[in-house]
Write a protein that binds this ligand. Sequence first.
Ligand SMILES: *Cc1c(COP(=O)(O)O)cnc(C)c1O
Length: 245
Amino acid sequence: MAASAPVVGVAAALFRSVLQRAQQAAERSGRTAQQFRLVAVSKTKPVSVIREVYDAGHRCFGENYVRELVEKAPQLPDDIEWHFTGNLQSNKVKPLLTGVPNLAYVETVDDAKIANHLDGAVANIGRKPLKVFVQVNTSGETSKSGAEPAGCADLVKHVRSCPNLEFCGLMTIGMPDYTATPENFKTLSDCRSQVCKELGMSEEQCELSMGMSSDFELAIEMGSTNVRVGSTIFGAREYPKKEAQ
Ligand SMILES: *Cc1c(COP(=O)(O)O)cnc(C)c1O
């Protein structure tokens, strides 16, 4: 056995503590533990560590890179609910959907073109409808993907017209260091009000995916129903070189 075998159980313990903190935040804001979803974002982390969190009872994981997810998913149980949380290019839609039959959500639909590609690919494969979030650029940075807040109702309307997509809600990423500010969360929440008003939907029909390692409790208190937590569960990520998608 290798001299420096990984310490067993660390990720599972950190996962339990994040889940507990998230539940407490939900209770503080008058919700129950059932009213949010914790996505364990496992990008760059080995299958063995994901398995550890799976064995602790978790089923909901997120990945950012198509090639990485397509490689890892078949090595893990198929009752995992995978969330794709990365930038998605049209030419990666087919490999993503064929390679990951248990892909449950794409959280990063930011224009009509990618929605159409996903819709068509789901139809071709004949799998069940794919759940999607519309990504909104709430920080105003041009480097960030996401629909403009002013345009998000139109995009939601389009997604809801795609027969093979199931619209779930709005998603945002914060600033470049991945620290969303309360202003970003407020903007996403305002987008939801606008979308619901324009499209005659109730707020329950429009989830909010916001909050990461450094701010998931605040996000839940501000109405997030889907927090995406990576490094607080799995440890800091190492990026040896520029990542291939
Ligand atoms: C990497 C990533 C996360 C997790 O970030 P942490 O700060 O490590 O929790 C969440 N959401 C998206 C979209 C990401 O790319």
